[in-house]
Write a protein that binds this ligand. Sequence first.
Ligand SMILES: Cc1cc2nc3c(=O)[nH]c(=O)nc-3n(C[C@H](O)[C@H](O)[C@H](O)COP(=O)(O)O)c2cc1C
Length: 294
Amino acid sequence: MDLSIDINGNKLRNPVMPASGPLTANPAACERIAAQGVGAIVTKTISTTEAVVAKPAIAKVTCGMLNCELWSEKEPQVWFSEYLPAIAAFGVPVIVSAGYQPEDLEKLIPPADRFAAAFELSSHYLGTDPQPIYQIARTAKSLTDKPVFIKLSPHVPDLAQFARAAVSGGADGIVAINSLGPALRIDIRKRSSPLGSKDGCGWLSGPAIKPIALRAVHTIAQAVDVPVIGVGGIASAEDMIEFMMAGASAVQLLTSAMISGIDLFARIIADLSPLLEELGIERITDLIGLWKAR
Ligand SMILES: Cc1cc2nc3c(=O)[nH]c(=O)nc-3n(C[C@H](O)[C@H](O)[C@H](O)COP(=O)(O)O)c2cc1C
């Protein structure tokens, strides 16, 4: 079955991508993910300085993971001169994740542009007002002709309003959601958090957040007329189809692949065709928005 999709002029062999994070933090990691047959690679978020991350930065929790990672721990120059040229050579479209303020994007987008099939802008640290979201979309669109996706975090007060702000700034798509929180776990024997962050807190991801992410995707898909890329807790082809029925045009996953192994990408892609046949779906794009609230 033909699983290919077209997102804003980028033809992808299938709608499965790694979400921004440690599995795409350097060329060797990206090469392993590309070999799984994914439709595109989304890089770890690049910013203007290298992140200094408290360790341990990840911890398992029931049905998911907590993390206190920030953005890439490599300075952007390494990405421009070494990482992005190597990653682009794997022959899979590269979505460059960048953040955070408009002045950061002015330094990041032009040197990354020739390697990027599209840009994904994280809004994780932009607060709870939609204006900065509008502003980063507008700035990015003035710096590149490539599609610009805005990634929304679930802690904003009104996802539909934020998605509309991104689109009115020129965004070509919305990625939803980033990890949820802040969240906490306590090791009762050590009387401490397993994370190295100062307050012990981190961000929750994995199957625990899937129902929240699914509802977010549906809300956003109803609010705006651009592709939505669904992310949050996906662990199977069934999960992925749920996201597409809720309105996603493509999906990303990270935590489940970190927990069960990166061959999960290849397994999900292999499971898609028989599952679509079972459901009586002829083209994968027919799934998009099949479910609507009454
Ligand atoms: C360890 C870790 C690091 C992450 N780093 C980033 C990042 O640099 N940029 C970003 O936009 N999202 C980042 N995320 C969020 C993921 O891209 C994704 O939105 C979230 O984990 C939900 O998807 P999942 O449940 O499939 O992991 C990170 C998540 C984890 C677990």
